[in-house]
Write a protein that binds this ligand. Structure first.
Ligand SMILES: CC(C)(COP(=O)(O)OP(=O)(O)OC[C@H]1O[C@@H](n2cnc3c(N)ncnc32)[C@H](O)[C@@H]1OP(=O)(O)O)[C@@H](O)C(=O)NCCC(=O)NCCS
Length: 215
């Protein structure tokens, strides 16, 4: 059996994290299914974690090869504040100056998101009182179902307990990921149908918010 090692993120892992997040952005599949412009998407999904809270980011390795990551945060309120003030403005500048918004695929996705916004599909109750921390986890598709995700989650659990953080919540649209989190002791806090991918597939998507208390 191959040995899974979990270690702290270093600056050298930045490109790997940005690459893997785009490879798995569409429910575990590549971002190009719904968006063109990996640099922009990687900024939205990972820049806060790599550049503003690297101490809560962990890498999984098998035989010295990086196969997955977990981007965590100790305080969702801090994350939201830094995202709005430091990450988002640069993302908007990149979108305008690269002409990314005028790409057909991106325009359709943006319109779809706007509709979802007015239907309140992005809204979910504020769970930060009981569950101040959150996470994203991504395993390279070639290395899933080998226990890598579980090892990363165990490591993150220990890390948060040492930091005296009382709970974690996570959101996902993946049924497989929902089961994965439930198996690790998370319970469903919220479930709502989302339609911003309905121009791409007939599949119904639900966004789950799941939470786990640590103390
Ligand atoms: C969800 C995800 C993180 C799970 O990671 P993983 O490394 O495949 O997780 P594990 O291997 O620890 O467990 C997954 C399954 O493999 C099984 N498994 C664990 N160890 C195993 C082993 N040695 N051999 C065979 N199966 C194993 C588990 O029973 C589990 O089954 P389940 O999903 O039906 O409960 C991964 O599929 C992923 O990255 N998905 C894409 C991104 C995503 O959806 N992220 C979640 C939202 S933030």
């Amino acid at each position: 059996m191959q040995k899974i090692v979990i270690r702290q993120f270093t600056k050298k892992d930045r490109d790997f994290v940005r690459y893997l997040c785009c490879e798995t952005a569409f429910n575990g599949r590549p971002a190009e299914n719904f968006f063109e412009g990996r640099n922009i998407l990687a900024d939205v999904l990972t820049r806060y974690f790599t550049d503003f809270e690297p101490e809560s980011l962990f890498i999984a390795e098998i035989d010295g090869i990086s196969v997955g990551y977990l981007t965590g945060n100790k305080d969702i309120k801090r994350q939201k504040k830094i995202f709005k003030t430091k990450v988002l403005p640069q993302v908007i500048i990149k979108i305008l100056f690269t002409g990314s918004i005028f790409k057909r695929k991106n325009l359709i996705f943006a319109l779809s998101c706007a509709k979802s916004f007015f239907k309140k599909e992005f809204f979910y109750p504020d769970f930060s009182g009981q569950f101040p921390s959150t996470l994203h986890i991504n395993i390279d598709a070639r290395y899933r179902s080998m226990g890598v995700g579980e090892k990363l989650m165990e490591h993150y659990d220990d890390f948060l307990r040492r930091e005296n953080i009382k709970g974690i919540f996570v959101t996902t649209i993946s049924e497989r990921a929902k089961k994965f989190f439930q198996r690790l002791g998370f319970i469903i806090l919220d479930r709502r149908k989302i339609s911003y991918y309905s121009h791409l597939t007939d599949e119904d998507f639900f966004r789950y918010t799941l939470g786990k208390k640590l103390f």
